[in-house]
Design a protein around this ligand. Structure first.
Ligand code: SF4
Length: 463
């Protein structure tokens, strides 16, 4: 092995060998375990009960619309220009916000908001204003500097004037869908956004006081090769966003219709993808980014890196996040919330979502009440995915168990991974080694008690 791979622990051979399919663990148990047992009544009762602990809140708001189709897309979205359709959705969303707001004490401050999609900036100023106004009427939003209000932005739909509107509403963080700066790649995925316009947008955002800007990049897209992606990284590092996510493109044309518009002959090979990923990790590390875990990188003074140092990092439905103490409310079609020991997901079809709300019912369609064993395993998986380590005594203190007895099988199942240099087991701990950091989900899977009954093709590939 050359030193290039030693520094970051990136080992293509090892990654290829372990490359199975597995959950991304944005929750444990994962959404695949949700059942209709959790309905609007269970959710409401649980939400009201949560007021006695009075934890602060985090809101996720889903806007499913997009103006044009990106061919690689695997999201739950609606490409439309039908204004009546959008208006009906906004009415339903505002009504849901009002109903949800009625469940929570106003003393519970909303410290974190994330607008995701689809394309949240599909909504015009007036529409966004209305949704945000409803949030303000129904919840107590944090007005301090500590608030984290973020929105996913499609750079093609936003200019300086729109950024000004967003700051006026209270947004202070942006997440930009970049994917790749190469014009040929952009053409092959039907998403044209010149690097110059992104540079200008980021310069404007910084001038307007947005404190954290995040870029999403994707590797494995059609027409990509290591040289071209290196140029995308040059442009990215020149802009130097505080956070970077580098996602794997999973080509699953049978599951996602839009991906049939991508020519398979244009896709990089598996080896080519690994080369791009390895080089990317090396470049970002050399440029001073901290590898947070899974697909996420951050500059050392960004909140995410700070949270990893001070122990307040968590994994949730948005990936990695700070503010672990907040309870999460999901608003909008398909959104997932997590309150106390209940996960709840809204209807995933827009029509179903709207009809439920129009009939006066909260649109919760499924979810899960997590039991004691789920909570223990969830804490273990969080620790491994956020901090690359696990202390048995910490788990024993939080839950009344003897770790070595309770997890005797799991610990034995780590033998091969230890022999492969992914991790190191001490007397009372597990430490993930650099080689294991790109295989976090494989390690977490050892502690997942549900995997046996989930068909493996339901998961995306790790790399
Ligand atoms: S990738 Fe994003 S912007 Fe493109 S179609 Fe999918 S949800 Fe819409």
């Amino acid at each position: 092995m050359d030193t290039h791979h030693c520094e970051t622990g990136f080992d293509p051979e090892l990654i290829t060998r372990y490359d199975g399919r597995g959950p991304r663990y944005t929750s444990y148990p994962t959404a695949l375990q949700f059942t209709p047992d959790v309905d609007a009544d269970t959710y409401s009762e649980n939400a009201r009960n949560s007021n006695s602990a009075g934890l602060p809140l985090s809101l996720y708001v889903h806007v499913p619309f997009c103006e044009a189709l990106c061919y690689y897309c695997g999201c739950n979205k609606i490409v439309t220009r039908n204004a009546a359709r959008v208006a009906r959705y906004i009415d339903a969303l505002c009504r849901e916000i009002e109903m949800q707001g009625g469940l929570f004490d106003r003393s519970r401050v909303v410290e974190q908001i994330h607008f995701g999609g689809g394309t949240p900036t599909y909504l015009n100023a007036e529409q966004l204003d209305r949704v945000f106004g409803q949030l303000r009427d129904s919840f107590s939003l944090d007005t301090s500097e500590n608030r984290q209000f973020s929105i996913e932005v499609d750079p093609r739909t936003v200019d300086r004037e729109r950024l000004e509107e967003l700051t006026a509403l209270g947004f202070n963080r942006l997440s930009l869908g970049i994917q790749d700066f190469d014009p040929e790649v952009q053409q092959a995925i039907n998403r044209i956004q010149p690097v110059g316009s992104v540079e200008q947008l980021v310069a404007d955002a910084r001038e307007l006081g947005f404190d954290s800007i995040s870029f999403d990049l994707i590797y494995g897209l059609p027409r990509q090769d290591p040289e071209r992606f290196a140029r995308t990284l040059d442009a990215t590092l020149a802009i130097r966003p505080e956070r970077l996510s580098v996602y794997n493109y999973a080509h699953l044309p049978d599951r996602f219709r839009s991906q049939r518009l991508i020519s398979e002959a244009d896709l990089p090979s598996a080896a080519g993808k690994l080369e791009i990923l390895g080089a990317t990790i090396q470049r970002l590390t050399d440029a001073g980014y901290v590898y947070i875990g899974m697909d996420h990188f951050a500059l050392p003074d960004d909140d995410l890196a700070e949270a990893q140092r001070d122990g307040s990092l968590q994994r949730n439905f948005q990936g990695y996040s700070t503010h672990w103490h907040c309870e999460l409310i999901g608003l909008g079609v398909s959104s997932i919330g997590s309150i106390g020991n209940v996960y709840a997901q809204n209807a995933v079809k827009t029509q179903d979502y709207e009809e439920l709300i129009e009939s006066g019912t909260l649109p919760v369609r499924k979810g899960m009440v997590v039991d004691y064993d789920d909570q223990i395993r969830s804490a273990i998986i969080q620790s491994l995915m956020c901090y690359d380590k696990l202390s048995f005594s910490q788990i024993e203190r939080a839950f009344d168990i003897r770790f070595r007895e309770y997890f005797a099988n799991e610990l034995a199942n780590l033998d091969v991974m230890e022999a492969d240099g992914l991790l190191e087991r001490g007397e009372g701990s597990i430490r993930i080694l650099p080689r294991g950091r790109y295989l976090l989900r494989n390690i977490a899977m050892v502690f997942d008690r549900y995997l046996g009954n989930t068909p493996v093709e339901r998961f995306s590939k790790a790399i």
